[in-house]
Each structure stands twice: as structure tokens, then as C-alpha cells.
Design a protein around this ligand. Structure first.
Ligand SMILES: Nc1ncnc2c1ncn2[C@@H]1O[C@H](COP(=O)(O)OP(=O)(O)OP(=O)(O)O)[C@@H](O)[C@H]1O
Ligand SMILES: [Mg+2]
Length: 293
């Protein structure tokens, strides 16, 4: 069971090429799709969810041609859109029960068992009679996952589900995703690097509609070993350094600027070697692709 994309291209009527020849193989487990605003993540996810057509390329999931057999895909799909809205006056129980009916679960008792199981799983059981309008952001996102899980989907697509969650809610959401991803394909989009670092065995970075890097997070980090260096700098020093070598990122640490640079050997000055993390991978890939463009 895997999701295979080849040459997926999508141009909107206004001329924006949101996806440009995207080729990816997405195996079972959690896959992280990382990219800045406007990279094309939602465009890819909406196309996979059969909500919009692509211009060219193929998308297949577990023997299903998504373009030619959208109904078959919908039967195995769970989707949490980026702009997931809820009906504020409806309770979680009533909404899930309604959505389960729409999904074809007509047997009342079975459906009620499923709704209860989903609310328990997403830790919303004790709030199931509350109006969705009174839910916090994290609760809404967990409700979003509950609705995406109706009908035992084999392909779960979640579009930036952790944006705006506090650390405790993010942690809870991570655990929930990790639990459900064992036997299915979960495609998670985010611009939060630690989401991918914490959760995903496989990942890709999307920028300007193109896949600029794909692989296993651990291997990608290893690939940068010995080539990332750090130094606390002033604004003036940073300018000088940036002329000499690629500055991957400038982080704020305790109110100071910490520059991460890319260099094959230790640069002159008081640079220290850094154990590369996924943020280094991400920013190195982005700056590299910008230079190439
Ligand atoms: N319906 C649309 N019509 C025209 N252009 C669109 C449409 N949807 C998206 N775009 C454009 O396509 C590009 C990719 O957008 P998309 O929403 O897929 O990116 P994203 O990676 O999901 O970004 P974000 O992190 O901000 O959600 C952007 O330039 C965007 O402005
Ligand atoms: Mg998006």
C-alpha cells in the first residue's frame, strides 16, 4: 500500500503554477510534507482528495488511479483540510453522527458505537455534547481528525493540523497521529520543522511547486554532518560572513543572533561544529533551491 505521484502539475486559471512536476513515492506510515507558505502543499492535498483536477501527471494509491477512479479513492480517504470549519451550534456527537450517516453508515447502533469510539480516541468523549463553537483550537483539530477517521480510511491527509496549537495540544495531536499511522498512509503537511522531525519516517520538502528534497529525516541530517557551523554574530559581522559563505539560518538564542553557515571545512574565526538538525536540512535545501532559481 503506497501513494505514488509522477509528474503532477497544476496551474490555476490565474496562471499560478502551484505544482510543477511533482514525483514522489509515499509509503505506509507518517509522511511529512514540509514547505513555506505558498509552496503548493494544499494544492497537492486538494488534488489528492479529488477536490480539484490536475493538468498532467498520475496519482495512484493502492491500485486506484485517483484521476480516473475518484469514487474509489473517496471510499478509502480521510481528509482534514487546512481551513476546517465547524458548525458552531452543533454538538460533536451530532456532527460526527451526521457525517457518519453521509459516509453510508446506516445501521444506527453500529454507527453510534463508531462515533463513541472516535470521540474516545480523540479525547473528546467528555465534551461530546458541547457545541463545537465552544471548542478550543486544539479540540477543533482533534474533532477534525475524528471526522477524518470515519469509515476506516487507508489514506489520511492532514493539512497543517498543528498550526496554532499550544505545546501541550501539539503533543497530544502528535500522539494521536502516531497511533493511527501504523497501518495506513498518513500525509501530513506543515511548515513546522519539528512536526516532521518528531513524527515522520519519510519526508519531502516542497518549494515553489517543486520537490526540492526527499528522504528519511535521519539520513538527511546525517548527510550534512561536518558541514554546518555556528557562531554568535552582530548584524555587521553577519553581513561580512554572508558575503563569504552561505548562511543557512540566523536563530535568536537568548536575545542574541546565532548564525548557522554551510561550509565543507571549518571557516576561519570562532565557528563551532553543529550536529545538524532537521531545521538545518530544511533551510539548507531552501537556500540552495533559491540560489539555483
Ligand atoms: N484557488 C486558487 N486559485 C489561484 N491560485 C491559487 C489557488 N490556491 C492556491 N493558489 C496559489 O498557488 C500557490 C500554492 O498555494 P498553496 O495553498 O497550495 O500553498 P501551501 O503550501 O498550502 O501554502 P500555506 O502554507 O500558506 O498553506 C500559491 O501561490 C497560491 O497563491
Ligand atoms: Mg496550505
Amino acid at each position: 500500500m503506497e501513494l505514488v505521484l509522477t509528474g503532477v502539475t497544476k496551474t490555476y486559471p490565474n496562471g499560478v503554477k502551484a505544482l510543477n512536476d511533482v514525483t514522489l513515492t509515499i509509503p505506509r506510515g507518517m509522511f511529512g510534507l514540509l514547505g513555506p507558505n505558498g509552496a503548493g502543499k494544499s494544492s497537492l492535498m486538494r488534488s489528492l482528495a479529488t477536490l480539484q483536477a490536475i493538468d498532467s501527471g498520475t496519482m495512484t494509491f493502492d491500485g486506484i488511479d485517483i484521476t480516473k477512479e475518484p469514487d474509489r479513492l473517496r471510499d478509502v480517504l480521510g481528509y482534514l483540510p487546512q481551513d476546517f470549519g465547524v458548525y458552531p451550534k452543533v454538538s460533536a456527537w451530532d456532527m460526527l453522527d451526521h457525517l457518519a450517516q453521509l459516509k453510508g453508515l446506516s445501521h444506527r447502533r453500529e454507527r453510534h458505537e463508531l462515533v463513541k469510539a472516535l470521540l474516545v480516541k480523540t479525547n473528546l468523549w467528555e465534551h461530546s455534547s458541547r457545541r463545537l463553537g465552544g471548542y478550543s483550537g486544539g479540540m477543533k483539530q482533534r474533532f477534525g481528525i475524528a471526522q477524518a477517521l470515519i469509515g476506516n480510511p487507508k489514506l489520511i491527509i492532514v493539512d497543517e493540523p498543528t498550526a496554532g496549537l499550544d505545546p501541550a495540544e501539539r503533543f497530544r495531536f502528535h500522539n494521536l497521529l502516531a497511533e493511527i499511522s501504523e497501518d495506513v498512509v498518513v500525509l501530513l503537511s506543515t511548515h513546522i520543522v519539528t512536526d516532521v522531525a518528531d513524527l515522520c519516517r519519510n519526508m519531502a520538502i516542497l518549494a515553489g511547486g517543486k520537490v526540492i528534497l526527499a528522504g528519511h529525516p535521519l539520513e538527511l541530517m546525517k548527510g550534512l554532518e561536518g558541514r554546518i557551523w555556528k557562531k554568535f554574530v552582530t548584524a555587521e559581522e553577519l553581513e561580512v560572513i554572508a558575503r563569504a559563505m552561505p548562511v543557512i539560518a540566523v536563530r535568536r538564542v537568548a536575545g542574541q543572533r546565532l548564525a548557522h553557515v554551510f561550509a565543507q571545512t571549518k571557516p576561519d574565526g570562532d565557528f563551532l561544529a553543529v550536529e545538524p538538525d532537521l531545521e538545518d536540512v530544511y533551510f539548507q535545501a531552501l537556500s540552495h533551491s533559491q540560489q539555483a532559481a
